[in-house]
Write a new protein. Structure first.
Length: 255
C-alpha cells in the first residue's frame, strides 16, 4: 500500500517565495523567533526571512490569500512583542540590512531590517550621524515610525523629522517608492504617524514602518567621538565640530 505525503497549506509558503522560510522544529526556528522581551514566548506558524521588497510582497500576498495573520519583525524591540503572534506568518526583515552613505548629499539609505548599532558603525569616520534612540539594538524601521526620540532630539528633532523617502510594501503587495515628490500624501501620513506617537504616549504605531525595505534619512555633518565613561561601557557623543574641544575636556578617557 502506497502512502501519500500530505503538505499543509503553511508548508506551501516556501514555494511561493524565493527566500528561506523557517517552520517550527527547524534548527534555526527557536533562535529566529526570540524577541528582545524575553517574557514574550510566541510561536509563529512560519518565519519568512525576506531579503528584498519582492520577497516581502510575495509573502504578504500568499499569507493574505490563505487567511494567515501577518506580523513584521525588524529589531523586535517592542515591549509588547508585536513582531510575533502564535500561528501567524512573521515577515522577518533582518536580512535587509544594507547601508549606503552619500556624504555629499548627507543621506543614509538604510535597509528596513537594520538596527541603530549597525547604522552607527557604518557612520563611523564619515562625520555623519542620524538622530536616533538611546539603545543600539532598536530597529531603525520601528523607531522611525514610532517617532524616534533620543539624545539628540531636543536640539535636532526626532528621527521621523529627517525621513526623506521610503520603499514601502502596501497591503495589496504593491511596492512603492514613497517621497514628497512621488507620493506626498503617503509620505506625509508615514511621518505623521511618527509625530503623533512622539507627542502622545497613548498611541503605539511602531509596527507599520517595519514593512519598509529601504529608507533614506537626512544626516548631519557632525564630529562623532566615542569615549568610555567611568561605568566602563562605550558612550557615543555627537556634537558640532566647534564643540569638539569641550567634549574632549568633559570625557578625556578614550576607547
Amino acid at each position: 500500500m502506497s502512502s501519500t505525503l500530505t503538505i499543509t497549506p503553511i508548508e506551501q509558503l516556501a514555494d511561493a517565495v524565493e527566500c528561506d522560510v523557517l517552520y517550527p522544529g527547524s534548527s534555526e526556528y527557536d533562535l529566529a523567533r526570540r524577541l528582545w522581551n524575553a517574557d514574550i514566548d510566541r510561536r509563529p506558524a512560519a518565519i519568512v526571512r525576506v531579503r528584498n521588497g519582492e520577497d516581502v510582497s510575495a509573502a504578504l500576498r500568499w499569507s493574505t490569500a490563505h487567511g494567515y495573520p501577518i506580523t513584521v519583525r525588524s529589531g523586535g524591540h517592542n515591549l509588547a512583542g508585536t513582531a510575533a503572534m502564535d500561528g501567524a506568518v512573521q515577515i522577518d526583515t533582518r536580512l535587509i540590512n544594507d547601508i549606503e552613505i552619500d556624504q555629499d548629499a548627507g543621506l543614509i539609505r538604510v535597509g528596513g531590517g537594520c538596527n541603530w548599532g549597525q547604522v552607527d558603525r557604518a557612520c563611523e569616520g564619515t562625520g555623519l550621524v542620524v538622530p536616533a534612540g538611546v539603545v543600539s539594538h532598536t530597529g531603525v524601521a520601528g523607531l522611525t515610525l514610532g517617532g524616534g526620540f533620543g539624545y539628540l532630539a531636543r536640539q535636532h528633532g526626532a528621527t521621523v523629522d529627517h525621513l526623506e523617502s521610503v520603499e514601502v510594501v502596501v497591503a495589496d503587495g504593491s511596492i512603492l517608492d514613497v517621497s514628497a515628490a512621488s507620493h506626498p500624501d503617503l509620505v506625509g501620513r508615514l511621518a505623521m504617524e511618527g509625530k503623533l506617537t512622539r507627542e502622545s504616549t497613548s498611541e503605539q504605531q511602531a509596527a507599520g514602518l517595519d514593512r519598509l525595505t529601504d529608507g533614506e534619512i537626512k544626516a548631519f555633518d557632525w564630529y562623532n567621538a566615542i569615549y568610555r565613561k567611568k561605568f566602563g561601557f562605550p558612550f557615543v557623543i555627537c556634537a558640532r565640530e566647534n564643540q569638539k574641544d569641550a567634549i574632549l575636556d568633559a570625557f578625556p578617557v578614550r576607547l
